[in-house]
Design a binder for this molecule. Structure first.
Ligand code: PHE
Length: 348
């Protein structure tokens, strides 16, 4: 009983949470007074043990209750004083902000760069017929060049003319689709065929390592019109390189081979770290950005375009790749982009 009275008066006097915590320890802790008293119950003669035990438990409960009550009181008090000192002119607590994914940001930036020179962003299927991904791009039937693209072929459906369905391994499938649209348009309006397309889409290839993901993004440019030449391609390329990477970067074109362009090129951009001098990252000063070339006449024909009147150029570059080549952004493992790891994504 003495213990109970001691405890209760201490509890009522406790004016802050810390003191209350100490009192709790002092009575209810592992070697607290009440705990020890309860242990001593074995010393009580057997015939009185039940009665004493019951009493001891009641004491314990009322002490616990008193502590809880006092705790509530203290909390109420602090809330009241807080309310009294609330300054409504203080700035609020900013809730956590999310932001667009790194790739979405890059897509938006690339789109706005090309829109400034008259390109229009379009969307074409990311799951398409073999016809648009290969055949209409001048790949002969069963040509081994189809293998270069590590394509996922599906068994979903097969069309006698358009072939199998594929997960598009590049955005070039948009080329002939865009030509079909533009030709139909020109027939309707009587205006010459005019294309300035920017097709940005997901692409898929059987690949997965630090610099490749099975799903990635490309942006494909296609320009078709009268008297379009390599000069226009080089002009657009230089404009993009300066706008996206910065005035201090330059590009070069190297001969290459693609089935759907002739001549074909591989495009390099000076490394953002050494600016072309050569360093650990790039070795010889240049980083490869992707392919380009003058649209092959066979492709124009597949698109229904008069090859005597019109020419065009096309390019297809990787969104992830240009992003990594941009100064200041180094991603050791490309797969991190799609792993949903917030610690990684929040850095950008
Ligand atoms: N489609 C090619 C690729 O994925 C790139 C390319 C696009 C090349 C357009 C030439 C013209 O590698």
């Amino acid at each position: 009983m003495q213990i109970k009275n001691d405890a209760l008066s201490l509890i009522l006097d406790a004016s802050d949470k810390k003191t209350l915590e100490e009192i709790k320890l002092q009575f209810l802790g592992r070697s607290g007074k009440l705990t020890l008293a309860l242990k001593d119950i074995t010393k009580v003669p057997l015939d009185r043990r039940a009665e004493v035990g019951k009493l001891a438990n009641e004491v314990k409960e009322s002490v616990e209750e008193a502590i809880d009550r006092q705790e509530g009181m203290l909390q109420h008090k602090t809330m009241q004083t807080k309310r009294q000192t609330l300054d409504v002119t203080n700035p609020g607590i900013t809730p956590p902000h999310g932001h667009l994914h790194l790739i979405t940001q890059a897509i938006q930036e690339i789109t706005s760069i090309f829109e400034k020179i008259g390109f229009t962003r379009v969307r074409y299927p990311e799951i398409d017929w073999d016809y648009y991904a290969f055949t209409a791009l001048n790949f002969p039937a069963n040509h081994p060049a189809r293998d270069d693209w590590e394509t996922f072929f599906t068994k979903e459906d097969t069309d006698s003319e358009k072939g199998q369905i594929v997960l598009t391994p590049h955005t070039s499938n948009g080329q002939v689709r865009e030509m079909e649209r533009a030709v139909a348009d020109s027939k309707k309006t009587g205006q010459p065929v005019s294309i300035r397309m920017l097709n940005i889409a997901k692409c898929y290839r059987r690949q997965s390592d630090v610099s490749h993901t099975q799903m990635f993004h490309q942006f494909e440019g296609l320009v078709v019109g009268e008297n379009i030449s390599i000069v226009h391609l080089k002009g657009v390329l230089d404009y993009f390189v300066k706008s996206y990477f910065g005035e201090n970067r330059t590009s070069r074109i190297r001969p290459y081979h693609f089935q759907f362009t002739e001549p074909s090129f591989e495009i390099d951009v000076t490394c953002g770290v050494c600016l072309g001098k050569g360093c650990k990252l790039c070795k010889a000063g240049w980083l490869e950005m992707g392919g380009a070339g003058m649209v092959h006449p066979n492709v124009l024909k597949y698109g229904g375009i008069d090859t005597k009147k019109y020419t065009g150029f096309a390019f297809g570059w990787g969104v992830e790749r240009v992003l990594m080549m941009k100064e200041g952004i180094e991603i050791d493992d490309l797969r991190l982009l799609y792993s949903n790891k917030l610690e990684f994504l929040e850095q950008f």
